[in-house]
Design a protein around this ligand. Structure first.
Ligand SMILES: [Mn+2]
Length: 361
């Protein structure tokens, strides 16, 4: 019979299930702190929301949800606001050995956190293929083949027969949905089953509000700047976005450009504070974008991701225009080399003549 309510199946969770082991290891703690990667995305926030609900229901432990860095993307801010998610800045947390540290949607020492590197971590729940230092972590649930960490958390809630309120269902649903965008989809049957399970319980108006979040002026200015500095090299499109009002915009531009019918790869880079933020997308299902970007970035910074999507950042030695230009040149050469594209002059997406004539009009 089809699952028709938020009441999960009636049989008891098996003793060796992942959720059972996860909860069992937490019985000696007095509380739990949930952390994620910098600039938490919907998958991070939904996972924290879902896990907090699981822990509060099953163990009655006080839970802290945190954020590393700020949340910039309009959809993510809308999610935070309308689901009333209260995140404590990580720098304000007093780390105590009595509280278990649980990391979601990321792995330790992947360059995606600002928490002290020597903090003992009880658990890591993640779906990224980029391996972190997890040897010392007692509980690990890392499944690279899964589209979203929220899918794993949804399954913990189902296994533990925990009722999922509308607000939590909406967060988990949007967390999964936002990870499965683009074509081809990076999803497993488990992701689709979780979406199907959650959907009847989501708050549809809130979902629509998040999906259609209103955008600030700076979004359009940066987009225009990026399009004016976009170059085509064979099957690759490269966009230099300039200064980013918020770091996630590089990924949004890469998402937009990968839909360009003439290319298979999209790369966008922009400067946020003292870092160059990088984003890669490909239409190839087994494109190993994460590995490619790691190869391109090398020791200049950090990178990682999935088959079709990857992100990275490089600390800038200097913010002088010449230094940034030099880095751009280096990245472009490495990118062309990694994709086996001959070194050539890029063709502008919007020609110089068109740019000038539209300015004079
Ligand atoms: Mn994720």
């Amino acid at each position: 019979m089809a699952q028709s309510s938020a009441d999960p199946p009636a049989e008891n969770p098996p003793q060796d299930s992942k959720s059972e082991r996860f909860l069992r290891g937490l019985t000696d703690y007095e509380g739990v702190v949930l952390v994620s990667h910098v600039h938490p995305d919907p998958d991070s926030m939904g996972s924290m929301l879902g896990l907090a609900h699981l822990l509060e229901t099953k163990l009655r432990l006080p839970i802290k949800l945190t954020r590393d860095g700020f949340i910039g993307r309009a959809e993510n801010r809308a999610m935070l606001e309308c689901l009333d998610i209260d995140l404590i800045p990580v720098e304000e947390v007093d780390w105590s050995p009595k509280e278990a540290l649980v990391m979601v949607d990321s792995q330790p020492n992947t360059g995606r956190h600002t928490i002290p590197a020597d903090l003992p971590i009880y658990a890591v729940l993640d779906h990224h293929e980029t391996m972190g230092d997890v040897d010392e972590v007692p509980f690990r649930d890392i499944r690279g083949g899964i589209g979203a960490t929220c899918t794993m958390v949804t399954n913990y809630l189902i296994e533990q027969q925990v009722k999922i309120p509308g607000r939590i269902a909406t967060g988990l649903f949007y967390g999964i949905e936002s990870e499965l965008t683009g074509y081809p989809r990076e999803a497993s049957p488990l992701d689709d089953a979780a979406l199907q399970f959650l959907y009847p319980h989501t708050q549809k108006d809130l979902l629509a509000y998040i999906r259609n979040a209103r955008l600030p002026h700076s979004y359009f200015e940066t987009l225009l700047q990026a399009l004016q500095n976009t170059f085509i090299y064979d099957k690759l499109v490269v966009s230099w976005a300039g200064d980013l009002p918020q770091p996630e915009l590089a990924a949004e531009i890469a998402d937009f450009l990968i839909r360009f019918e003439e290319v298979d790869w999209a790369f966008c880079a922009g400067v946020y504070q003292d870092h160059m933020i990088l984003s890669v997308r490909t239409v190839h299902h087994d494109g190993r974008a994460g590995t490619l970007l790691q190869q391109v970035v090398g020791r200049l910074g950090k990178a990682g991701g999935h088959d079709r999507r990857a992100g990275g950042c490089i600390p800038l030695v200097s913010s002088a225009t010449t230094a940034v230009e030099q880095l751009r040149g280096q990245l472009r050469r490495r990118l062309l080399h990694a994709l086996r594209i001959d070194e050539c002059r890029g063709q502008r997406l919007v020609s110089r003549r068109e740019l000038l004539s539209s300015l004079q009009a």
